[in-house]
Design a binder for this molecule. Structure first.
Ligand code: ATP
Ligand code: MG
Length: 320
């Protein structure tokens, strides 16, 4: 571990393929926890991970992973780091149980410890009876779970998950994001997870790094990115039109308010505004069902101007 607690550091990291600059003087510092690396197709996410694992040499610049240089200490790094690759890496005629056990023994764990650890991670990812079936017959969701299990089996300090939600339906995607959150919460493993969907990592990642054409577009904590809008959403219970009565009463008191569906969004310029909302609701004999601080969604923060990359704004789940 590095003394200053960063798990990954890059300094002017550049990767040049023939005719393509995949990473362009990228300087990053990633701390323990869950970090999302977001960018459109071709932004350089997978290239970055492969360099951090020591699978590819950088063209220029420097990299530290857990305080080590991946080109010099690839073996040491791979003992401490797990990797879930983007593409299918599972042998079709092997069962998940055998594969994950094999990966555990390969990592140097004794036989008995390997069995226990393989069994634990397979349970963690939710592969139960299926673990004894050949992986060639797995659904995409089951394959992603098996890929995650093999990345965790040697109890690494850090895992790289390259597009773990790729190909999953919305339900399976939420399950995978929940599993990823628990990798950190239950096992204390730091996670670096890539996605081309900005919105999907909002609830999972502590910090978000946005890559664009191999350059750093932004790096911040998720809560900074989605900082409060300075408004609250108010929902009241009462006869039809209550929301409009409430909005008008607030406007009469000089407070900006506007309808959002059947709720009322209210500008909060100071804490006294919340008291006024309560007083007004009482005066009008309305039940105050909800008073919710509104935060920006990541998609709102990064909504690009009409001409630029639309994929960063796209989010199939949608946001209210
Ligand atoms: N082996 C290679 N040879 C040549 N060019 C490559 C190679 N690998 C990647 N590239 C190029 O480098 C750039 C970054 O690719 P990379 O795979 O790192 O992006 P990515 O962000 O992971 O994209 P995706 O979301 O599609 O997985 C792209 O322009 C890609 O075409
Ligand atoms: Mg990729």
């Amino acid at each position: 571990m590095t003394g200053d607690h960063s798990v990954v550091e890059t300094n002017r990291l550049t990767k040049q393929y023939p005719g393509v600059t995949a990473l362009d003087a990228l300087s990053l510092e990633i701390r323990p926890g869950i970090t999302g690396v977001v960018g459109v197709n071709g932004a350089g996410k997978s290239t970055l991970i492969k360099i951090l694992l020591g699978l590819l040499p950088p063209t220029s610049g420097s990299v530290r992973v857990l305080g080590m240089d991946p080109q010099e200490s690839a073996r040491d790094i791979r003992a401490l780091v797990g990797y879930m690759p983007e593409h299918d890496c599972l042998p079709a005629d092997v069962t998940a149980a055998d594969f994950v056990l094999h990966m555990a023994t390969m990592s140097g764990l004794p036989r008995q410890a390997s069995r226990e650890r393989a069994s634990d991670v397979l349970r963690h990812v939710g592969l139960d009876e299926e673990r004894h079936r050949a992986m060639g017959g797995y659904s995409t969701g089951m394959k992603q779970r098996a890929k995650l299990a093999q990345a965790l089996v040697h109890d690494p300090a850090l895992v790289f998950l390259d597009e773990p939600t790729s190909g999953l339906d919305p339900r399976a995607r939420d399950d995978m994001l929940e599993l990823i959150a628990r990798v950190h919460a239950d096992f204390g493993i730091s996670v670096i997870v890539t996605s081309h969907l900005l919105g999907e990592l909002e609830r999972t990642a502590d910090r978000i790094v946005v890559l664009d054409s191999g350059r750093l577009l932004r790096a911040s904590s998720t809560s900074d990115l989605t900082q409060t809008t300075g408004t609250v959403l108010v929902e009241v219970l009462g006869p039809a039109g209550s929301d409009r009565l409430l909005g008008q009463a607030l406007l009469d008191r000089g407070i900006s308010a506007w309808p959002v569906g059947s709720d009322t969004e209210v500008q909060v310029d100071g804490p006294e505004v919340l008291d006024v909302i309560r007083d007004v609701a009482v005066d009008l004999d309305l039940g105050l069902v909800r008073l919710q601080e509104r935060r920006h969604t990541l998609d709102e923060v990064f909504l690009p101007p009409p001409s630029s990359s639309p994929a960063l704004a796209a989010h199939p789940g949608g946001h209210p």
